[in-house]
Design a protein around this ligand. Structure first.
Ligand SMILES: [Zn+2]
Length: 259
């Protein structure tokens, strides 16, 4: 895998000319993730999935180029928490279109937006950008990770995860719960408050319909705690398996899309 920002321009030129290049643009957000996880988690997760997906794509003959991540997104649900930053959906859409057009001008027309942040207006902005790029025939841009298509999101995020949870309520795991905490324990343990982790009480008793319908925000749904599920059920081992499974899943979805 090549990191675009670490390459020199002649290397980029030959990669673009090879006809086998595939660019991944990770997209995340700056958003609270409970008292124990860093605000950049969704961006770091998208980067981890990209790195885990890359070897599978390379096995199929692609040269994978990782573009610098877009670390900002639409994060309105958690806006009551300190540090959460949000873009307007139109800003995000325009940002993605600008980056994708530049990539295409270089010759990178096979483009993957790998999204780590599930909020609906955020996801829609990314998909609108991909549609606009398709309409103007700039590039073949696909969205993977968290998308508005339940089948694609399932194929990327949930497939193969059965039996991995150690939570007493796997059905209630969500934002900043067992999964994201496990990913953090595996990928960037130095950014966690591991000391307090075991003392964090589970939050299973929240209005799941209001969450799904986005009728309440994260502050009101969690009484200011900022997480859903059981962060204490997390482990680095689970995180390792999760990253490997989702990396393979996402690679498969990408390969199917570009077949
Ligand atoms: Zn998250």
């Amino acid at each position: 895998m090549y990191h675009l920002s670490k390459l020199r321009f002649p290397e980029v030129e030959s990669l673009a000319r090879s006809g086998r290049s595939l660019v991944i643009l990770p997209v995340g957000a700056v958003e609270e993730h409970g008292p124990h996880l860093p605000l950049g988690l969704d961006t770091f997760a998208a980067e981890a999935y990209a790195e885990a997906a890359a070897p599978h794509l390379e096995d199929s003959g692609y040269s994978v180029v990782l573009a610098p991540a877009v670390s900002y997104g639409v994060a309105r649900q958690a806006s009551d928490f300190p540090g959460t930053l949000t873009l307007e959906p139109a800003t995000l859409r325009a940002l993605i279109v600008d980056i994708a057009r530049s990539l295409a001008r270089t010759g990178f027309t096979r483009q993957v937006i790998l999204n780590g942040h599930g909020e609906s207006p955020h996801v829609r902005a990314l998909e609108e950008a991909a549609r606009a790029l398709a309409e103007e025939e700039t590039a073949r841009t696909i969205c993977v990770g968290f998308t508005s298509d339940p089948a694609i999101t399932k194929a990327c995020i949930r497939e193969g995860m059965q039996g991995l949870s150690r939570s007493p309520r796997p059905d209630r795991e969500g934002h900043a719960g067992e999964w994201e905490t496990s990913l953090a324990l595996y990928c960037f343990p130095n950014l966690l408050d591991t000391q307090g982790l075991q003392e964090i009480e589970p939050n299973f008793d929240y209005d799941i319909d209001a969450l799904r319908a986005e009728k309440k925000n994260y502050w009101t749904l969690t009484a200011g705690r900022g997480y859903f599920g059981s962060p204490a059920a997390a482990s680095a081992e689970t995180g390792k398996a999760l990253v490997s499974i989702r990396g393979r899943n996402i690679a498969q979805v990408i390969l199917n899309a570009f077949r």
